[in-house]
Design a binder for this molecule. Sequence first.
Ligand code: FAD
Length: 390
Amino acid sequence: MLFDDTRIAFQSKTNLELRRAQLLFRLVAQQSLVRFGKWITLIFLKLRLPVSGLYRWSVYEHFCGGETVDVSQKVVDTLAKQGVSSILHYSVEGASKESFYDFSLQKTLETLAYASKDPNIPFTVFKPTAYGDSKIFEKVSQGENLTPEETQAWERIVKRYHTTCAAAVRYQVKLFIDAEESWLQTAMDDLTEQMMQQYNREEVWIYHTVQMYRHDRLAYLEKLIQRAQGQSFKIGVKLVRGAYIEKENARAQKMNYPSPMCATKQHTDNNFDAAIRLIIDHLDTVALFYGSHNEASAYVLIAILQQKKIPSNHPHLWFGQLYGMSDHISFNLAQAGFSVAKYVPFGPVKEVIPYLLRRADENTSVSGQTTKELELIEKEIQRRKARALG
Ligand SMILES: Cc1cc2nc3c(=O)[nH]c(=O)nc-3n(C[C@H](O)[C@H](O)[C@H](O)COP(=O)(O)OP(=O)(O)OC[C@H]3O[C@@H](n4cnc5c(N)ncnc54)[C@H](O)[C@@H]3O)c2cc1C
């Protein structure tokens, strides 16, 4: 199978880095250890004790590019050697303050400018709640009236979106707008659609994110494609399953409304694969960024492309995984001629910890994938040992 070639998958890792990955994935596979690790980290942070040394060597270096874009360039170059592009993302989550939103905008603009100078960084990304208060996104999503101050805050959010999208076009760097919790998402959907309408007239620069764990998203995607065709603009879709399932289900239960989540994992998987088919049928209007670590769906996509004789390097086709995860998918896809990019988070060690804790959660909740990853790492360690002996 395409993804099982561990030599290609781990080519860029030294023996020591491979051992570190083995240790990390072994630890993360233990749910109780992850819970303990999170708890101890939060206590260290509260007491302002140093967590950075240990983190830097272990989790941080495995999942992040570095503290700044310049330091992250080493990772960008290493990935590029194996034909994989990078998506630099300043992954710091800050307080709900206007000064933080302006700072986030500044960081995204700096990253766009930096990316424009290196063809190995074709995308940049921002998270909507880094640009404005989630309460405002929620009120706008629910169609509630805003106070005069909130109206001004919303106008500043819209302006930050415009500034970023206009810069993306100017620098000729593609831009992802991440998706978040469903109760904030309608405002984000509408705003992102406005951006695509304005900035994706000829080419796709702005990519929306569509979370297929929501049972309403296939219908949403169909309508979005119809609107784009009717109004002559193009759509970028970063297709993901969705990262907030526990939070979504807990809120729906607590507030007593039907959960927007698919009832089963299988339902989410079917939805995801149906969205792939829908997009491939409209590849002239839609550009797809496959944002997933799921092997089965990647095989589905590859089979459809082969069946329809769509070239692997079609400009409306990208695959993407997170740095430090699913290298066996990323590198083997790149080797087979597909366009692949990895999200490379960067930022100060301490401030990236919330991002890293989410990765730990994700690797625990998708334990099947973690086991697979660990198996492949161990297979590669054995392969190298055998080669050294032989
Ligand atoms: C490049 C990239 C960008 C991303 N950007 C975003 C983003 O902007 N917003 C965002 O929300 N997430 C984002 N994600 C995370 C993504 O949504 C998933 O959480 C993560 O990738 C795991 O899903 P998977 O398809 O890789 O793997 P899989 O292991 O196949 O799927 C796990 C996912 O399936 C779904 N699931 C699990 N159990 C059930 C169940 N019982 N019922 C229904 N569904 C279930 C959940 O969505 C879960 O995360 C991104 C991921 C990548 C790789």
